[in-house]
Design a protein around this ligand. Structure first.
Ligand code: NAP
Length: 277
């Protein structure tokens, strides 16, 4: 019988995950189908119960349910629990267990550009769910420091306080971060500023950026945000959010099926959905 997989979010129409995962199921001859479901906050518990009752093999969770879903699951792994957000759920013998593949997905995608994080000075822009996942994952890689700059500085301090790993960090305002960009080996933009359709916006200006710094933006639509465009003009190496998206999906697929898929195939698939770049 065909196994059900899904993604729960709101909105969900834009999600690239169904086409990406359905292509993998068909490529590996797995009798399964992945469907997007738009779920309101007040219906989340019913949606989870419904997927469990239907014997779904697993599902992804996206904005705005990544944190709210935790009490509705049977268990959550250590990393997801410390981050406080789940993006992947696996049905393990009737128990729904939550994981977070966003941080590990980012790290795997970064590896081709920056293989070693140990000893590096990192700046994360933003202190939301994606920033938490990335910060906690990077903290385990022994960087020299990871600072967090956020519009609401209190949220940056809370993120630092919540981190279970020992790491040197300061919370900064966006204006403070703008002044000291040259101090960092790696800058990761995790806010939604610059995402389509508001593509002219950027969270900070990059006048003080050094060309030695690697600059990532976890947005992939547009393919090159204004922020990445300016970083590239400054001579810095840049990476958009497509690698993170593909690797978080590959890690989820591996948790559901035991198979780590071909990420190049997944990348081509998403690029096709984005209209080819
Ligand atoms: P979130 O939890 O809602 O966090 C949003 C962040 O953006 C917060 O730091 C927030 O600052 C900041 N922000 C929002 N509006 C702002 C503004 N006008 N000026 C300055 N800062 C602003 O969202 P999230 O889940 O972390 O997602 C953030 C982005 O990452 C989205 O674009 C999402 O699509 C992308 N993402 C990509 C991947 C991938 O696989 N590539 C995975 C996950 C997320 P405050 O704290 O001050 O509100």
């Amino acid at each position: 019988m065909k196994k059900l997989f899904a993604v729960l979010g709101n909105p969900i129409g834009h999600s690239m995950s169904p086409v990406m995962h359905n292509d993998l199921f068909s490529f590996f001859n797995i009798d399964a189908h992945y469907l997007p479901f738009q779920v309101q906050k007040e219906d989340l518990l019913d949606a989870v119960k419904g997927l469990k009752a239907l014997g779904a093999g697993g599902f992804n969770v996206t904005i705005p349910h990544k944190s709210n879903i935790i009490p509705f699951l049977d268990g959550v792994d250590e990393l997801a629990a410390s981050i406080g957000a789940v993006n992947t759920v696996v049905n393990e013998d009737g128990c729904l267990i939550g994981y977070n593949t966003d941080g590990p997905g980012f790290l795997k995608g970064l590896h081709a550009y920056l293989p070693v994080i140990k000893g590096k000075k990192v700046l994360v822009l933003g202190a939301g769910g994606a920033a938490r996942a990335i910060y906690f994952t990077l903290a385990k890689e022994e960087p020299q420091a990871v600072d967090i700059a956020n519009r609401t500085i209190e949220k940056a301090w809370s993120l630092i306080k919540d981190c279970p790993y020992s790491i040197s960090s300061s919370a900064l305002s966006l204006a403070e971060a703008e002044k000291k960009l040259a101090d960092y080996d790696l800058i990761i933009q995790t806010t939604m500023i610059g995402m389509s359709p508001k593509i002219a916006e950027q969270p900070i200006y990059l006048d003080n950026l050094s060309k030695q710094t690697m600059v990532c933006d976890i947005i992939y639509n547009p393919f090159e945000t204004q922020f990445l465009h300016d970083a590239s003009k400054k001579g810095a190496r840049i990476q958009n959010g497509l690698d993170m998206f593909v690797y978080q999906g590959a890690l989820a697929f591996e948790k559901w099926t035991g198979i780590f898929p071909d990420v190049e195939r997944m990348r081509e698939n998403v690029l096709g959905q984005l209209g080819g770049k």
